[in-house]
Every structure is written in structure tokens, then in C-alpha cells.
Design a binder for this molecule. Structure first.
Ligand SMILES: [Cu+2]
Length: 158
């Protein structure tokens, strides 16, 4: 008799345990979690560079008007153009395209003293050239020292 009671108690306990387990799983806890991923990233990188070196960069841009080069060409027994107007600082380039020699020089033949320095000092061969930079505002008569009838003027404006 006692044995049967013990078995009954055990069985009853098992049943109770199973019932309790079933109860537990039945009442599943409601998931009230709302997955709201609210990433609030506030990057505030405050970089403060305190440069103590005083940069003294002073770009001095000086725009000077481009000086030009005028060409006087010896060809066909003459010079073209024979009169040129330039600005002080410009250059005149005499080019000899003739087969004969030409010697550009300042007036007056034969001393060449009106514009000192302006003198090729020799006859230019074919293809040779002579350049002179005129810095002074004045009028320089010129001629071919080897053929003084070929002549002209260089007017230098300030
Ligand atoms: Cu001369």
C-alpha cells in the first residue's frame, strides 16, 4: 500500500512539473522591444592649430609691358620697312636677306654719332642679323654704311 502511494506521489509530482513547464512556455513573455536603432553620432572634431610662425609672404608681381622687336629686312636692294616707330626699350632687328652685304648704323654717315652704340660695325652676310635695343626716346636716323642711299628712321617714343 505504501509503495503505491509513493508511486502516486511521484507521478503526481511529475505531472505537476510537466504542467508547470507547459504553463511557463505558454505564457511567453511578450516582446516589447522595438528595435529602433537610433544611432546618434555627433562627430565634432575640433582641430585647433595654433601656428606661431608668422608667414611673411609678400609676392611682388611687377608687370612690365613686354618689349617688342621690330624687324627691318634687307631684300631686293632695299630695306623694309625703312621707317619704324617703337617704344623706348624695344629692339630693332636688321636682317639681311640679300646676297650682298649690308651694314646698318646710326646717322650721320660716316661718323654714326647721333645714336651712339647703334652700329653693326661690320657688313652683315646673307642670313645674318643685327639687333639693337633703343632705350632713349628720340629719333635715330639710320643708313647702310656700305650703301648710304639705303636709309631710314627709327622713331623711339617714351
Ligand atoms: Cu655710315
Amino acid at each position: 500500500m505504501k509503495k503505491a502511494l509513493l508511486i502516486f506521489i511521484i507521478v503526481a509530482g511529475i505531472i505537476a512539473a510537466v504542467a508547470a513547464f507547459k504553463n511557463k512556455t505558454a505564457i511567453a513573455p511578450e516582446q516589447t522591444e522595438s528595435p529602433t536603432a537610433s544611432a546618434s553620432i555627433s562627430p565634432s572634431p575640433t582641430v585647433s592649430v595654433t601656428d606661431n610662425t608668422t608667414a611673411t609672404v609678400s609676392p611682388t608681381v611687377s608687370i612690365t609691358p613686354k618689349s617688342q622687336t621690330m624687324i627691318i629686312n634687307f631684300a631686293n636692294g632695299t630695306a623694309t620697312p625703312n621707317i619704324v616707330t617703337i617704344k623706348a626699350g624695344d629692339t630693332v632687328k636688321f636682317v639681311n636677306s640679300n646676297s650682298t652685304l649690308h651694314w646698318p648704323a646710326s646717322g650721320v654717315h660716316p661718323t654714326h654719332q647721333i645714336c651712339p652704340g647703334f652700329d653693326a660695325l661690320h657688313g652683315l652676310n646673307n642670313g645674318e642679323s643685327y639687333s639693337f635695343k633703343f632705350n632713349e626716346a628720340k629719333t635715330c636716323p639710320w643708313h647702310d654704311h656700305l650703301n648710304p642711299s639705303i636709309k631710314g628712321q627709327i622713331v623711339i617714343n617714351p
